[in-house]
Design a protein around this ligand. Structure first.
Ligand code: ADP
Ligand code: MG
Length: 149
């Protein structure tokens, strides 16, 4: 599950499946299928935490959902990144870099929207904590990131 972590991924932010992530208070930036196809074989679906950078902006904490993509009949995966920062505008077309640091949990089904929203809030809390550890913090710096303006 975590043997191929940390994982560094970069690509353009594209339009997602319009599943209304933003309406849940949790917008998720999507990568193109090309980028998703570069994931190591055997990457487990689930919720991960790590670091994210939009273009040359600051590096923020993130949670990412890696899941089977209904859009491609569940044959391909999707990577959806929620950057833990309040942006004033959308950033479709921007370059997004992520470093996946840790695995939080596997995929789950939820009985209600409330349960889903609660799980997302819990994932964000867990990510906050996990990313404070020294081994995680160390990945926030390094040559992978664009020079921060
Ligand atoms: P889509 O289905 O197109 O992915 P979402 O409702 O998931 O739509 O919203 C995702 C978009 O919201 C991102 O592509 C990005 O442009 C914008 N956005 C704004 N703030 C954030 C954030 N904190 N994290 C991720 N995306 C964000
Ligand atoms: Mg999305």
């Amino acid at each position: 599950m975590t043997s191929h972590l940390p994982l560094f991924i970069e690509g353009e932010v594209i339009k997602g499946f319009g599943r209304g992530s933003k309406d849940l208070g949790c917008p998720t930036a999507n990568f193109s299928l090309d980028v998703v196809k570069s994931l190591p074989k055997g990457t487990a679906p689930g919720v991960y935490c790590g670091w994210a950078q939009v273009d040359s902006g600051p590096v923020h904490k993130m949670v990412a959902n890696i899941g089977w993509c209904p859009f491609y009949n569940n044959k391909e995966m999707s990577i959806e990144t929620h950057v833990m920062h309040k942006f004033n505008t959308d950033f479709y077309g921007s370059n997004l870099k992520i470093c996946i640091v840790g695995y939080l949990r596997g995929e789950k089904n939820f009985n209600s929207l409330e349960d889903l929203i609660e799980a997302i809030q819990q994932d964000i809390k867990n990510a906050e904590e996990k990313l404070e550890h020294a081994d995680a913090r160390n990945l926030k710096t390094g040559t992978f990131w664009n020079k921060v303006q």
